[in-house]
Design a protein around this ligand. Structure first.
Ligand code: MSP
Length: 509
């Protein structure tokens, strides 16, 4: 099976913040999970580099737009490396491979009449790079961001969105998983009850030159949305590598934030349909991270830097927090207190403790060698329940991941971790040791070790370095990163463990 997954292309007029890192961590987790399943994954991220606000940001620094974007892009690619984001391709809208596709599609739409020239008069919001009609304005400001808009009148090219409105409505109604979660699907269905305006896709060069040349008009460029959305087909070989395109298109999932839903769930499907291409299988819009209920913004000075969080608390703790704290699709509230509390409870107390005390006991009682388990079936109720829970983990994770529910998938893993911790408390291995019940103690250590081995496989998509460190401490030489290794009873007695430092030391105040 192939699995093609995309992130939005990030604007390069500012530094990456937690919102951007959230989408990429989520996509990385999905991509890694699919690789565990054995799928051939194409995971694409990148940057959106044209348009007025990039030009303005470059002007403010006294740089050419080209030099400016070249200087910002590494901030994104380096952050992704640091956060262990295993993308397969990084596409920039200023690359020739992308620009060629944009021009080819423009040419096609111009020829078939889906693009026409007209006079445009409207209100323009630069931060959102969007035109609005007078009736759409709220208190004479942009209805999306509330900021100042300018009135503009000019000759431009328009894409016939309106012509395909009925088709889109029928398509969405017939495909339940096309827009997720369902609240976003309903939002688009209700938006489509009103007539769609055609989409202005050009800018006169006299006003903006930092875009892609329109092949049929020397006076215009195309820029931002019409430009950037096409990366999704450019990155998988459209017009350049037919075999690759055939293999990977349609995308399995476009993961985006809820603020850019309309562009993805209305404009993009219509562009694809007009180009005679298949629809992506799912467009999933996640929620927003806020800070104490407020939107993050430079002016409020509350923008959270992902690098700082990862340096301070660890990459995996940061990944874990974002994926566990809210169900994907809902909004979340970010705070260091909440992050620390998750680290102390779920990571230090539950997971770290289970690994550390199990390995300490194997060291103490069996000189660091995983003991043999008696072949007596599952002796008692807790042991039985633990093996049963472990047996269900593969199904539980798969069904949560198929619903793009990271928080649920992690909860499934934590049910097993918590059960194993309870098992230790209830059976008190130190008492077994004192009483000389060596066989029972061996069974118990084997079972705990087995839980940890399974957890190390299951955690890999979410917390890759932690999973690898667990694998190392468990003395497993090869990383068994495949879902089939989630089966119970695969641990080998006789394995020499390498107990290390606790994975997540508690953070005090
Ligand atoms: N360039 C466009 C996307 C083009 S895709 C063909 C764009 N870029 S962006 O940099 O402004 O935003 C990229 C993504 O980051 C969006 O999906 C947006 O929702 C997400 N986030 C920005 N701030 C966010 C939060 N505070 N929380 C969660 N995600 C948010 O839009």
């Amino acid at each position: 099976m192939k699995y093609y997954i995309t992130t939005p292309l990030y604007y390069v007029n500012g530094n990456p913040h937690i919102g951007h890192s959230y989408t990429n961590i989520a996509c990385d987790t999905l991509a890694r999970f699919r690789r565990l399943e054995g799928d051939e994954v194409l995971f694409v991220t990148g940057t959106d580099e044209h348009g007025q606000k990039i030009k303005e940001a470059a002007d403010a620094k006294g740089m050419t737009p080209r030099d400016f974007v070249d200087s910002v892009v590494p901030k994104f690619s380096e952050l992704w490396k640091k956060l262990n984001i295993t993308y397969d391709d990084f596409i920039r809208t200023t690359e020739p491979r992308h620009e060629k596709v944009v021009q080819a599609i423009l040419e096609m739409f111009h020829k078939n009449g889906d693009l026409y020239e007209g006079e445009y008069s409207g209100w323009y919001c630069t931060p959102c790079e969007s035109f609005w009609t007078k009736s759409q304005l709220v208190n004479e400001n942009c209805p999306d961001c509330g900021r100042h808009v300018e009135q503009i009148k000019e000759k431009n090219f328009f894409f016939r969105l309106s012509k395909y409105q009925k088709w889109l409505l029928d398509y969405i109604e017939a495909h339940e998983d096309f827009i997720l979660p369902v609240i976003r699907r309903n939002e688009i269905l209700s938006f489509l009850k009103n007539p769609l305006n055609d989409l202005c896709v050009s800018r006169p060069k006299a006003r903006l030159s930092w875009g892609i040349d329109m092949p049929f008009s020397k006076d215009h460029v195309t820029y931002v949305w019409f430009d950037a959305l096409l990366n999704y087909i450019a990155a998988c070989g459209y017009g350049a590598d037919e075999a690759k395109f055939k293999k990977f298109w349609p995308a399995d999932i476009h993961v985006i934030g809820k603020d850019i839903l309309r562009m993805h769930a209305v404009n993009w499907p219509i562009m694809l349909h007009a180009a005679g291409l298949e629809m992506p299988k799912t467009i999933f819009a996640h929620g927003w991270w806020k800070i104490g209920g407020d939107k993050m913004s430079k002016s409020k000075g509350n923008v959270v830097d992902p690098l700082e969080m990862a340096d301070k608390y660890g990459i995996d703790a940061y990944r874990f927090f974002l994926l566990k704290e809210v169900s994907f699709g809902a909004d979340g509230s970010f705070s260091e207190e909440a992050l620390v509390s998750r680290i102390n409870s779920d990571l230090a107390n539950d997971l770290g403790n289970l690994l550390h005390r199990t390995l300490s006991m194997i060291d103490k009682y069996f000189s660091g060698i995983v003991p043999e388990r008696r072949d007596i079936g599952l002796a008692d109720d807790i042991t039985k329940a633990m093996a049963e829970k472990a047996g269900k983990i593969e199904h539980g994770i798969r069904s949560a991941m198929n619903k793009i529910d990271f928080s649920r998938a992690l909860a499934v893993i934590w049910e097993l971790i918590n059960m194993a911790n309870k098992f230790i408390e209830q059976k008190a291995p130190w008492k077994l040791s004192k009483a000389g019940k060596t066989d029972e103690l061996k069974d118990m250590m084997y079972d705990l070790y087995e839980v940890l081995r399974i957890v190390s496989v299951a955690l890999w998509p979410f917390m890759p370095s932690t999973a690898e460190e667990m694998t190392r401490q468990l003395g497993l030489s090869e990383t068994k990163a495949e879902l089939k290794y989630l089966s119970w009873s695969l641990a080998r007695s006789g394995t020499k463990i390498n107990k290390g430092n606790p994975l997540f030391p508690r953070i005090e105040d």
